[in-house]
Design a protein. Structure first.
Lengths: 215, 278
């Protein structure tokens, strides 16, 4: 390319926008389901998880993209793992130092970002073949797509399961408990996260027919 | 695709690992003090919660200074260990030592009765096991056991806070329990967990569960240590030594019960000594 591409060209913006909907890592590619089930009991840890994944994925993407011409293909997976693991440990340490309560709630799941399929997938599929800036946008886009679903799921699970939103006792304030309403304990358990994700997939495909698999 | 020589690959990996190692250890060093402070604050909040003083991360330090007038470390014989600060005690290590003692003590009380051995030798060697080495092993572990004690002064009353730690279903559970100065009645209790099931075992850190412990007693009328039972199906209101278990959280509830029994029984001698004092 001789003439420079603008930073936010339509092609680049697509990288940012598509993972939020048409190529969403969770609902369309069905990646990163494991952590989506585990951390979505409450809204707050989900948001922190989403932010952590955005940080890890965007930085790892950039690092791999910068190094892409120097990484020997034979050890590329290990190099990717090292980069991801480094980022995850950094995030974990920072959370422990500055957001102790949340890091306690997330406990092992921050560490398990390492095994999040989305991250390896993006490094392998995108960052190894693209320039740093598009890789950065791709990282943000995909992690945000992941985070978006996480937050939607967590919202419903916290609201229906614990009767709170961001820890604020909404149901109690409405006074619905006095009418005999009780929180749905099932929402707190992991299977309901899967079912909630399923419902989101259903709605998404109902709106966007291109996503429906024909075979 | 570009070819890389083996030497290049080796150098590449070595350099990468060194850079990563330096970066990580640097960050870890830099953040360590902050993290330690967070952990200490957390511990202070737990202790304060066990004497029914709610504290936030912000004011835990101040409240701890105000209410916790004395803190020290004792051994299982109830003697103070000088030069040790309670916060320095590694509770995880103490828990595994307590477990070791328990399993050794079990060896002493229940003679090994393997069905095969019985078949071969009849009942010949029953109860004749040599207890000497086991006893010395127990006392060896007991010597290095350290138990933290915190004394809280609140509204002109003294409360004694003891540490607890044990196993839940998925991981460790821990807490603090405070006794009135009669060394029998529970004033408050705090429990927390690492990875218990939300909505089930994780309920041990809710105030509904914790409040049940208040005014229960850990000794019976004959001054015998009974601890507090966590009963499946619920404890009757008049039961001074029992609380309701959590439905669906049986293993966590049993873990709480075992933790209370294991730790409080180690504090037993200290408590007995304190009671003798006028």
């Amino acid at each position: 390319m001789s003439d420079r591409e603008p930073l936010f060209s339509s092609k680049n913006l697509k990288l940012l926008r598509e993972p939020l909907n048409k190529s969403n890592p969770i609902t369309v590619q069905v990646l990163g389901i494991c952590s989506a089930l585990a951390v979505t009991v409450k809204l707050k840890p989900s948001v922190v998880m989403a932010v952590s994944v955005i940080a890890v994925l965007s930085v790892s993407n950039v690092v791999i993209s910068v190094l892409r011409k120097h990484i020997p293909p034979r050890i590329r997976i290990i190099v990717q793992l090292v980069v991801i693991a480094t980022m995850v440990i950094l995030v974990d340490e920072i959370l422990k130092a500055f957001a102790y309560d949340v890091s306690k709630q997330l406990s092992v799941f921050v560490g398990l970002i390492i095994t999040n399929c989305i991250i390896m997938g993006r490094l392998e599929a995108f960052a190894l073949a693209n320039k740093p800036w598009p890789s950065f946008l791709d990282g943000i886009g995909n992690a945000a797509g992941y985070g978006l679903i996480l937050i939607i799921v967590a919202f419903f699970r916290e609201f229906l399961g614990s009767g709170t939103i961001w820890g604020y006792p909404v149901m109690e304030k409405i006074g619905i408990y006095k009418l005999g309403y009780t929180d749905n304990g099932l929402m707190i358990l992991p299977p309901m996260a899967l079912i909630t994700v399923g419902i989101i997939i259903w709605i998404q495909r109902g709106k966007n027919r291109d996503l429906i698999e024909t075979h | 695709m570009k070819q890389f020589s083996n030497i290049y690959i080796f150098i590449f990996s070595a350099v990468m690992v060194i850079i990563v190692a330096v970066l990580l250890s640097f960050v870890s060093q830099q953040l360590k003090p902050l993290q330690n402070r967070n952990e200490e604050t957390e511990q202070m909040r737990n202790i304060l919660a066990s004497v029914n003083i709610p504290a936030s991360a912000g004011n835990a330090g101040v409240l701890f200074e105000r209410y916790i007038t004395e803190s020290f470390v004792i051994n299982p014989d109830g003697e103070r260990i000088d030069n040790r600060k309670p916060f320095e005690v590694d509770l995880k290590k103490q828990t595994s030592m307590i477990e070791d003692i328990n399993s050794l003590e079990e060896k002493l009380t229940v003679p090994k009765a393997s069905p095969f051995k019985k078949m071969i030798s009849g009942q010949a060697d029953r109860g004749k096991a040599d207890t000497g080495p086991v006893l010395s092993e127990i006392s060896g572990i007991r010597e290095s056991l350290e138990l933290p004690v915190y004394i809280c002064q609140k509204e002109n009353k003294k409360y004694y806070v003891f540490a607890l730690r044990g196993k839940g279903l998925w991981g460790p559970i821990w807490g603090y329990i405070s006794l009135n100065d009669d060394f029998n009645t529970v004033y408050g209790a705090y429990f927390d967990h690492k990875t218990e099931t939300p909505g089930l075992g994780a309920e041990i850190n809710t105030s509904v569960f914790r409040q049940q412990f208040r005014n229960k007693t850990i000794y019976d009328k004959n001054n015998r240590f009974v601890s507090i039972e966590v009963l499946k199906g619920g404890a009757s209101g008049s039961n001074p030594h029992g609380v309701d278990a959590i439905s669906g959280g049986t293993i966590t509830s049993k873990g709480v019960e075992k933790m209370l029994h294991d730790w409080l029984s180690r504090y037993n001698t200290f408590i007995a000594n304190q009671k003798k004092r006028p």
